[in-house]
Design a protein around this ligand. Structure first.
Ligand SMILES: NC(=O)c1ccc[n+]([C@@H]2O[C@H](COP(=O)([O-])OP(=O)(O)OC[C@H]3O[C@@H](n4cnc5c(N)ncnc54)[C@H](OP(=O)(O)O)[C@@H]3O)[C@@H](O)[C@H]2O)c1
Length: 298
């Protein structure tokens, strides 16, 4: 039982994590940039990863931190903001944790760090991972593949929205790159289990679902779960980069970002051997997870 500070508490993963921490007997302390209108399941603390001075009070009195907050690939990424939030935020959180005597940090990283040519998101998350691992704190890093489940924002929610709305789904490149979509509930189980395991400090785990699928197969599974025909149109990679950068310039919430294109061009390994060895998590089959996702949203 611990007081657990959650950064990124308002996001896709954070919204699902808070009640599960409370159910596991922890006291969640939820970091929000702005106080939310509806009371979430936990104490709210205000702070901004890009404003180091705001983090000391947020971390003070916490036994552990789950670090989810990030400038992610789901929206337009400004380079200065990505570095300030993802890299500066990591340094600031490490300093605040040291000052507060809070040794345990579970960091949510990404498969993008494995890409040989990562975009801004992958580069900044990779630098942050290195800072955390070199911090001397009891850090465990989780690197999920694409996370899917019920929610109101994030990469999957946006993709499912496109599949629902568009008569033809655009696919970046041939769509033959692989991913291991992981069900949100399963990832949360791993986070909660990791908090209870100080012996896994210093370790890094890829986290993915049991089904390794191509992007085309993932889209087909989403269509099947929604009971829709899956008609795809292929966008050449070069065109996708140009389109994404134009969309990022003109839209606050673009349906495609440059970092999405980076993620769709190269294979990331998502090697489950370490997580299976140390945690043996229950991993929901993709078809079942998608069915539960859309049932929850109905
Ligand atoms: N979803 C996936 O498929 C996936 C896959 C792999 C890794 N991850 C990682 O998992 C973590 C959570 O992802 P998610 O899908 O939940 O992301 P998300 O829905 O985009 O949420 C991002 C969270 O970060 C917060 N944030 C952004 N800038 C901040 C700042 N300057 N200070 C404090 N908080 C800030 C956001 O707060 P506001 O509400 O104030 O914007 C929000 O709570 C991220 O680190 C991401 O890299 C996600």
């Amino acid at each position: 039982m611990a007081r657990v500070l959650v950064t990124g508490a308002s996001g896709f993963i954070g919204t699902a994590l808070a009640p599960r921490l409370a159910a596991a007997g922890h006291t969640p302390r939820l970091l929000f940039r702005r106080r939310p209108a509806a009371a979430p399941p936990g104490d709210v603390v205000e702070g901004d990863l890009a404003e180091p001075a705001t983090l000391a009070a947020a971390v003070a009195g916490s036994d552990a931190v789950v670090h989810l907050g990030a400038a992610t690939s789901s929206g337009r990424l400004d380079p200065a903001v990505a570095y300030r939030v993802n890299v500066g935020g990591a340094s600031a959180l490490i300093a605040a944790a040291r000052a507060a005597g809070c040794p345990r940090i579970v960091v949510m990283s990404t498969q993008h760090v494995h890409l040989p040519r990562p975009g801004l998101y992958g580069v900044t998350k990779r630098v942050a991972d290195r800072l955390f691992l070199a911090s001397g704190l009891d850090v465990t890093i989780l690197r999920p593949s694409l996370v899917y489940g019920p929610g109101a924002r994030g990469v999957f929610v946006k993709l499912a929205g496109l599949v629902r709305r568009l008569p033809v789904i655009p696919v970046i490149g041939p769509g033959t790159w692989h991913l291991r979509p992981v069900f949100l509930d399963d990832l949360i189980d791993v986070v909660v289990a990791t908090l209870a395991r100080r012996d896994v400090a210093g370790r890094t785990y890829d986290v993915g679902g049991p089904d390794r699928v191509t992007y085309n197969e993932f889209l087909a599974a989403i269509c099947a779960a929604l009971g829709r025909r899956c008609r795809r149109v292929r966008l050449p990679i070069g065109v996708s980069f140009v389109l994404a950068s134009v969309l990022e310039r003109v839209l606050a919430n673009p349906p495609l970002t440059v970092d999405n294109v980076h993620g769709a061009t190269l294979e990331a390994p998502c090697d489950l051997r370490a997580i299976q060895r140390d945690f043996g998590p229950r991993l929901t089959p993709l078809g079942e997870g998608l069915r539960r996702t859309f049932e929850a949203a109905a």
